[in-house]
Design a protein around this ligand. Structure first.
Ligand code: SF4
Length: 480
């Protein structure tokens, strides 16, 4: 792979226009500043003395919460979290989260799909790790192995931390793959995939990159013939001031240079508290028409993006225990996002990350919560589907019945109908269905293993990874 990348003249002319301001996110990094009382007085109260003691005891043990997932928090997000238990649960470390460390070290066996360091090539899409951190860290994050810089076993048996994508390598791979596809009549001769036409800048959070770096990626991918670029970000929740005029001008100039290339902002709001303004009693503020008011900085950030008609703005969120397993809140969220021009894309069931039992909502509950949340919403407000990411690919939890299916043994308590939406390795399995008998406690596919009734999708017939880490109990912790 080449070591150097030389921008074209057009690309360089665009890059020369980019302004890259520095931002004051006022981030607290790690638990140490809380342990040593190095945060300001108001933030110190985020953890009680008892919580600090319990977390300190776990330091350096196999239950160290920061070894699993580092703590990080912006001042903006703290200001929301201090008045919202749901938001606090997103970023506040708790001893319970390492009580059960069962889970996969590489959820979805991502490294199987990594032909170049930092790139996961699935479907007709590439996902790139362009950074290994976010402005704040969600405790439930399913990229905890990347963010905590853990070593992961690769397909070839080597063990290493996940690396970040580099422009020269990625551009060379896109050219090579797409040429091989074109030379073979539109299908890759070995993988059977089509042209690589869409790339997601992910990590971590691509919006933590400065404008210059972001612009370099956008331009290099456009020059390489990518048709649509997605930017995966939770920055509008963590630090909405990032969506300022310098960013929007950069995006406008990029669009003027590459008008045919699509840009999709994939936002990650979990809960309406992250963007709606509240009064002193904690109620969402509504105007005389009943329209919810937004937090001013977040309102400005969202308007900045959606006012560019050529940017599509979509939200996706997992449904997580103690955070947004609440149909009323999800109803408000879907309605408020759609009103301002953001699409509700996916809700997800939690993945089988290490410690997923601390976060995952039972699959059938998640389906019921989302279904209830969509009662009373209009058709355009209810575009989101519930997806659970199987090792084969994204799978929709399409329906949960309360009644048995007549004549079908095993369906006495009702069934769950799942549909494969995407097959990571190719497109041929799309639309295939799997039906299992209900198990209200199921939080992952394995929990239905003994009650599969019909499986044309092959969800229960695949090479599964069982990288399981069981944590032996420790005695020091007084809490659990
Ligand atoms: S924003 Fe996304 S990648 Fe970042 S910590 Fe949260 S879940 Fe993980």
């Amino acid at each position: 792979m080449p070591e150097k990348y030389t921008p074209t003249e057009r690309e360089q002319a665009f890059l020369d226009t980019v302004e890259s301001p520095k931002y004051q996110r006022e981030i607290v990094n790690g638990l140490k500043p809380f342990f040593n009382e190095k945060v300001d007085e108001e933030m110190q109260s985020f953890y009680t003395e008892g919580e600090i003691t319990a977390l300190k005891v776990l330091q350096g043990t196999n239950r160290d919460v920061e070894h699993r997932m580092p703590v990080k928090l912006t001042k903006h997000y703290f200001n929301i979290a201090k008045n919202s238990e749901a938001i606090m649960n997103i970023v506040k470390a708790k001893p319970e989260e390492t009580a059960d460390l069962v889970g996969s070290e590489d959820p979805g066996y991502q490294m199987d799909y990594s032909p170049v360091e930092g790139l996961l090539h699935k479907y007709e899409m590439g996902l790139m790790y362009v950074i290994s951190t976010c402005s704040s860290h969600c405790r439930f994050c399913y990229r905890e192995e990347l963010i905590a810089r853990k070593e992961v076993e690769r397909h070839d048996g080597t063990v290493a931390k996940k690396g970040l994508a580099q422009i020269p390598d990625i551009v060379a791979y896109i050219h090579k793959h797409n040429k091989e596809v074109a030379d073979n009549g539109g299908i890759h001769p070995e993988s059977g995939r089509e042209k690589l036409r869409e790339i997601l800048l992910s990590g971590g959070d691509a919006m933590v990159l400065n404008n210059k770096k972001l612009a370099e990626w956008l331009a290099a991918l456009a020059e390489a013939g990518i048709e649509s670029i997605r930017v995966g970000t939770k920055e509008m929740a963590f630090f909405p001031e990032r969506f300022d005029d310098a960013l929007l001008t950069m995006l406008d100039n990029w669009h003027a240079t590459y008008p045919e290339v699509g840009l999709r902002y994939m936002l990650h709001f979990n809960h309406p508290d992250e963007f709606l303004a509240k009064d002193e009693d904690g109620n969402y503020i509504q105007d005389e028409s009943g329209i919810y008011k937004w937090i001013p900085e977040t309102d400005k950030a969202m308007k900045g993006l959606v006012s560019r008609g050529w940017i599509s703005v979509e939200n996706q969120s997992p449904i997580i225990k103690g955070i947004n397993d609440d149909s009323d809140k999800l109803r408000i969220m879907q309605r408020a996002l759609k009103r301002v021009g953001a699409e509700n894309h996916y809700f997800f069931c939690g993945r089988d990350i290490i410690a997923h039992r601390a976060f995952n909502v039972p699959i059938e509950d998640a389906w019921n919560i989302l279904n209830d949340s969509q009662k009373g919403l209009s058709g355009v407000e209810t575009h989101a589907r519930l997806s659970i990411t199987h090792y084969l690919g994204k799978t929709e939890v399409a329906a949960v019945t309360n009644e048995p299916i007549p004549g079908l043994p095993g369906s006495e308590n009702g069934v769950v109908i799942m549909k494969l939406l995407r097959n990571a390795a190719g497109a041929e399995l799309r639309g295939k269905v799997c039906i299992v008998g209900r198990n209200p406690d199921a939080i992952w596919f394995d929990d239905y293993e003994d009650r599969v009734l019909f499986d044309e999708a092959g969800l229960y017939n695949y090479d599964r990874v069982r990288e399981v880490v069981e944590a032996p109990p420790i005695n020091q912790c007084g809490q659990c």
